[in-house]
Ligand binder design. Structure first.
Ligand code: GCO
Length: 447
């Protein structure tokens, strides 16, 4: 048996997102977001599932806090539904929405759990989409006003802020690949969305500093690792492009003030370029306090000029897969953390998401999700190895506390440590919850 001891003071927790868990879509003064519209459009989400009721966390947040507390979590990552705060995106603030998050945050603090708040986890108010959404530069300013309200209301209570969750998804997956809301397939549009997202990020960081708030602010891009099929330079190159598209495309502007040239070249070849205006890159480059990283999986890719935008062809190498079909690659987790350290330096890193889709349901009141435990065990070993090798990782948040609305996959894909019955909203901690809880409480993993 090997014992892996994590540093003392390491923060452990779990993550969720507003539209995926809250439900109560028409309550508390909330107006629709682009995800309400999208999920109600036939054919967009499996089984026609919507977030209307989700896990009903809007009403059951106390139970969820209790689950975190019993787990021993020191931190909880959740997101704010912008349309609960500004139902029309801007203008009049909705007090009921603020009150809900005050109840949640106060409950967390009373339980000794640090609130780790994501401002944008994809639920853009539909009213803003009607004005062009993130394609419209003015949306960045509306976002900054939403952030200002959150900072002034919650400053002192919330000390960890994430501006944007997985900006690659909310720009490219949503506007070029078209499988997430709002569901467009236009590269120039996606490149615009990415740029305005970064602009909103930079302006929000600047605002945060100007308010002199206690705490830290960062961003949480997805880390999609990719391993070259062979040592041929062209295979290595497509893999690097693939990694950089989800991660460096958003972090290079923040750290270095420019987009990665290899991706600008790909976009230019396809007739698209970011709508940069004078001063934008300076704003985007405002220093952040930490990097958040969401890691799930890796692919093995090779160069194939007929394989779409990046010219990468994904190879099936027979890797073990989770129930959503994503290959398990814990080594990719380690490699990506080293990559981040080499490229961006020693800024603190939080693993803001990591987890597995394993769809086992209850059997006689228990959920035996051994394959989730297996996944987590392997990834925590990689995490430990990265920490030992000097990567400055401060915390780990498992995705997810609860089974929840898995975007275009609906409710069938389950990522929770806690099982949710979507009819009764009963919560059942799975075997992996108890296993993870032991590590959270002791800071020790035994394998
Ligand atoms: C995110 C993710 C989550 C997903 C998870 C599993 O960015 O936070 O998309 O919301 O549920 O990644 O796919």
């Amino acid at each position: 048996m090997t014992t892996y001891k994590f540093p003392s003071g390491f923060s452990w927790g779990a993550a969720t997102a507003s539209y995926q868990i809250e439900g109560a879509a028409n309550e508390g003064g909330r107006a629709p977001s682009i995800w309400d519209t999208f999920s109600k459009t036939p054919g967009r989400v499996k089984n026609g599932d919507t977030g209307d009721t989700a896990c009903d966390s809007y009403h059951r947040y106390e139970e969820d806090i209790q689950l975190l507390k019993e787990m021993g979590a020191s931190t909880y990552r959740f997101s704010i539904a912008w349309p609960r705060i500004y139902p029309q995106g801007r203008g009049e603030v909705n007090r009921e929405g603020l009150d809900y998050y005050h109840r949640l945050v106060d409950g967390l603090l009373a339980a000794g759990i640090e609130p780790f708040c994501t401002l944008y986890h994809w639920d853009l108010p539909q009213a803003l989409q009607d004005e062009g959404g993130w394609d419209n530069r003015a949306t960045a300013d509306a976002f900054v006003e939403f952030a200002r309200t959150m900072f002034t209301e919650f400053g002192g209570k919330i000390k960890k802020w994430i501006t944007f969750n997985e900006p690659w998804c909310s720009s490219f997956l949503s506007n070029y690949i078209g499988v997430h809301a709002p569901g467009f397939t236009d590269l120039q549009l996606a490149v615009n969305v990415a740029h305005h997202t970064l602009l909103a990020h930079g302006k929000t960081v600047e605002l945060f500093r100007s308010l002199n708030l206690e705490g830290e602010i960062g961003i949480a891009p997805n880390i999609t690792w990719s391993v070259p099929y062979s040592s041929r330079p062209e295979d290595k190159e497509v893999c690097l492009r693939r990694i950089m598209w989800t991660f460096d495309y958003f972090l290079d502007p923040i750290f270095f003030g420019h987009y990665p040239q290899n991706l600008l070249d790909v976009f230019a070849k396809n007739g698209a370029q970011p709508p940069v205006q004078p001063g934008d890159m300076e704003l985007i480059q405002r220093p952040i306090d930490f990097i958040g990283g969401n890691y799930y999986s890796a692919s093995i890719d090779r160069y194939n000029p007929d394989a779409g935008l990046l010219e990468n062809e994904e190879m099936n190498m027979g890797y073990e897969r989770t129930d959503i079909g994503w290959p398990l690659d814990p080594v990719g987790f380690y490699d990506s953390l080293k990559y981040i350290q080499n490229k961006y330096g020693d800024l603190p890193i939080y693993i803001t998401e990591n987890g597995a889709c394993i769809n086992n349901g209850p059997e006689e009141g228990r959920v035996h999700d051994d394959r989730r435990t297996h996944y987590l065990r392997q990834h925590l070993v990689s995490l430990h190895r990265a920490i030992n090798d000097g990567v400055n990782i401060k915390g780990y948040m498992a995705w997810s506390l609860l089974d929840n609305f898995e975007w275009a996959e609906g409710y069938n894909m389950r990522f929770g440590l806690v099982y949710v019955n979507y009819e009764t909203f009963e919560r059942i901690p799975k075997d992996s919850y108890y296993w993870y809880s032991n590590i959270v409480k002791t800071g020790v993993l035994e394998v």
